[in-house]
Design a binder for this molecule. Structure first.
Ligand code: PNS
Length: 161
């Protein structure tokens, strides 16, 4: 039986750090579902469909493995999606102890809700300082975000909309 892992997140927008974790997950699990989820604690920059499209393009451009699908989930719990598709694992990237503190309660609640386990992966330290919120801020103030995001995202953010 194939093992499905879900990599959830806001991905607003997807960064090089996210792609690093997605690629590592795709090297471990048979099938990886990158799941764009609305985070009510964050104010969104991009519509969900735009985020999905940018991730799909970045994955294609980056030559990542073909066992990755990108989709979104807007109804109910994250683990409801996992149960629906038969995924037993969530994958989260951990950049620092701050991420551990943020992710640990969610991992335990998700396991209590559904039995779905969370696996933490360490991205390349080169991406340790990269976050979508910093990218949103730099892009919003007219700065160059190309060191932090895939080219398709940099072009999108820096083009007039
Ligand atoms: O990229 P983010 O914003 O850190 O991702 C957080 C996200 C979207 C994965 C998290 O907010 C989430 O899991 N939302 C789904 C709602 C849910 O299921 N909550 C209960 C369990 S924690």
């Amino acid at each position: 039986m194939s093992t499905i892992a879900v990599v959830p997140g806001s991905f607003d927008p997807v960064t090089l750090g996210h792609l690093d974790v997605i690629g590592r997950a795709a090297g471990i699990f048979d099938e990886v579902h990158v799941l764009v989820v609305h985070n009510p604690d964050k104010s969104a920059l991009l519509p969900i469909a735009q985020r999905v499209s940018l991730i799909q393009q970045a994955i294609a451009d980056g030559g990542l493995p073909e066992n990755i699908i990108v989709t979104s989930w807007s109804v109910g719990l994250l683990v409801d999606y996992c149960v629906e598709v038969g995924a037993k694992v969530l994958v989260k990237g951990i950049r620092s102890q701050v991420d551990v503190a943020y992710e640990t309660p969610m991992a335990i609640v998700n396991r209590n809700l559904s039995g779905v386990e969370t696996v933490f992966l360490l991205p390349d330290p080169a991406h340790a300082h990269v976050s979508s919120s910093l990218v949103r801020q730099v892009a919003g103030l007219g700065g160059d975000v190309s060191p932090y995001v895939p080219p398709v995202v940099a072009e999108f953010l820096q083009s007039p909309r």
